[in-house]
Ligand binder design. Structure first.
Ligand code: SAH
Length: 226
């Protein structure tokens, strides 16, 4: 596993390796590929320069446009749940800073990521390209309708919380595929894992979490109304 555009030797290498040990390994993340990817991706490049020194701390951080870069543990947990081996085609909803997108780029064969706020997507694209990740496709749009041109997807990861699972995403999930999505109210959700196979669609919900709102046709309304 390697980032072609990045050596990994930077000022933040030590806090990055510590983050993986104290926030991920100690809390039970065991997927070796997820841990390796998160040791490699320079999280500090996905936040404003003034916030770089806190980029490896145990919380989400603002990235502008009232959005946040997810907490490292949440990124690791969601990626681990998808159980990727390396050749999967993934759909991500909510590119945000592009941090999780880059982690997914190392873990999967191909990543399609949709973000509704254009300036965030443009910033994310710059960083992702600078890292030399060429298996990532990005677009501006409403991710609750999925990205049908490239469906079906082996896995779908939604990094914003909605009132329910958007039906188009279930449709665009491959047979044998799985989706992870925070579902619940506007201020708190639970992580839901949706599995699709020949027998139908099953879901389980566990870990409580707090994500920004999934806003769109099959999410929350633009002004907070559903
Ligand atoms: N994983 C990202 C998380 C960003 S926060 C990171 O670590 O940086 C969630 C993002 O989802 C926000 O940028 C928000 O604008 C975006 N979002 C919300 N609803 C969306 C929708 N319907 N389609 C695409 N993106 C959406």
């Amino acid at each position: 596993m390697k980032l072609n555009g990045y050596t990994g030797d930077d000022l933040y290498k030590k806090p990055r390796l510590e983050m993986v040990e104290t926030q991920l390994v100690k809390r039970g993340i065991t997927d070796a590929r997820v841990l390796e990817a998160m040791r490699l991706v320079p999280r500090h490049l996905f936040v404003e320069e003034a916030m770089r020194s806190t980029a490896y701390e145990d919380f989400p951080l603002p990235i502008g446009e009232k959005q946040t870069i997810s907490q490292p543990y949440m990124v690791a947990l969601m990626c681990e749940r998808l159980g990727m081996k390396g050749d999967e085609k993934i759909l991500e909803i909510g590119t945000g800073s592009g941090y999780e997108t880059s982690v997914l780029g190392l873990l999967a064969g191909r990543v399609y990521s949709v973000e509704r706020i254009a300036p965030l997507l443009f910033k994310a694209r710059k960083v992702i390209e600078s890292l030399g990740l060429h298996n990532v496709a990005l677009k501006v749009g409403d991710g609750t309708i999925g990205w049908s041109d490239f469906a079906p997807f082996d896995a779908i990861i939604v990094s914003a919380g909605g009132p329910d699972v958007p039906a188009p995403l279930v449709e665009q999930l491959a047979d044998g595929g799985r989706m992870i999505i925070p579902v619940g109210g506007e201020t708190g959700q639970a992580l839901r894992t949706v599995v699709k196979d020949a027998n139908g669609v099953k879901s389980i919900e566990d870990t409580p979490c707090t994500f920004v709102k999934l806003v769109g046709r099959y999410g929350w309304g633009e002004n907070g109304a559903n």
